[in-house]
Design a protein around this ligand. Structure first.
Ligand SMILES: C[S@@+](CC[C@H](N)C(=O)[O-])C[C@H]1O[C@@H](n2cnc3c(N)ncnc32)[C@H](O)[C@@H]1O
Length: 206
């Protein structure tokens, strides 16, 4: 399935039924999710591999991966309601590979070292008070369980991500900027939609 067909498959998926701002529940836009998974697949990181989506939410990244012939896909999320939506979304997408949906804390390294090939994630940015450093905790998990990871961060994160990866013996091999369309979800959102600048990174972990 090409990138455009993949994005079309992801359009129309259900979003968070009761989004929880304390968990920074923002769905990845379908075009951006398709772009990330397409790039990851071109790098040889999806087809035939075990893919883990950390903080899978309504499942968009896991489902995009599941459309690209992976050996296995796992979606880990702490919010049971979001996982229920992800299961519904799986019925809508009907990917070639079924997804194993798991409830748990992504910051507590749920698997052993090198137990998955590829982590994909749009982690909480740590923007909410009490949630500071959340993206760092997700990266720590990626470093401990995966060979390679793809993650979305807020703009201006490159120095932090490169230095974090280096400290863990990893290397940022690809970085690019993108726009993230955020619909009005929470009381503090003043506009119907807002475009947030983000950065995507591919990291090879030692
Ligand atoms: C920015 S949203 C991204 C959701 C989804 N991955 C996507 O791309 O549309 C971050 C997700 O991480 C989840 N989350 C936050 N903290 C978590 C934790 N400690 N363990 C597991 N999931 C967590 C949130 O509930 C939310 O679904």
């Amino acid at each position: 399935m090409g990138k455009r067909a993949l994005a079309e498959r992801l359009h129309g998926l259900a979003g968070f039924s009761e989004p929880d701002v304390s968990l920074e529940q923002y769905p990845t836009p379908p075009d951006l999710a398709a772009h990330l998974l397409h790039l990851a697949d071109l790098q040889g990181d999806i087809a035939g591999h075990t893919v883990l989506d950390l903080g899978t939410g309504t499942g968009v990244l896991a489902l995009a991966a599941a459309c690209r012939d992976p050996a296995r896909v796992l979606g880990l999320e702490r919010d049971a309601e979001a996982l229920a939506v992800a299961r519904e979304n799986e019925r809508t997408v009907a990917p070639g590979t079924p997804v194993d949906w798991l409830r748990g804390d992504a910051t507590r390294a749920p698997f052993g070292p090198n137990s998955v090939d590829t982590v994909v994630m749009n982690p909480p940015f740590g923007a909410q008070s009490g949630n500071e450093g959340a993206d760092r905790a997700f990266l720590t998990t990626a470093a401990s369980v995966a060979t390679v990871s793809y993650s979305i961060h807020n703009a201006g994160s490159r120095a932090f991500v490169e230095s974090f990866a280096a400290d863990e013996g990893g290397l940022v091999t690809h970085a690019f900027a993108a726009e993230f369309d955020v619909p009005r979800l929470y009381d503090h959102h003043e506009r119907e939609r807002e475009v947030v600048e983000v950065e995507l990174f591919r990291i090879e972990w030692a």
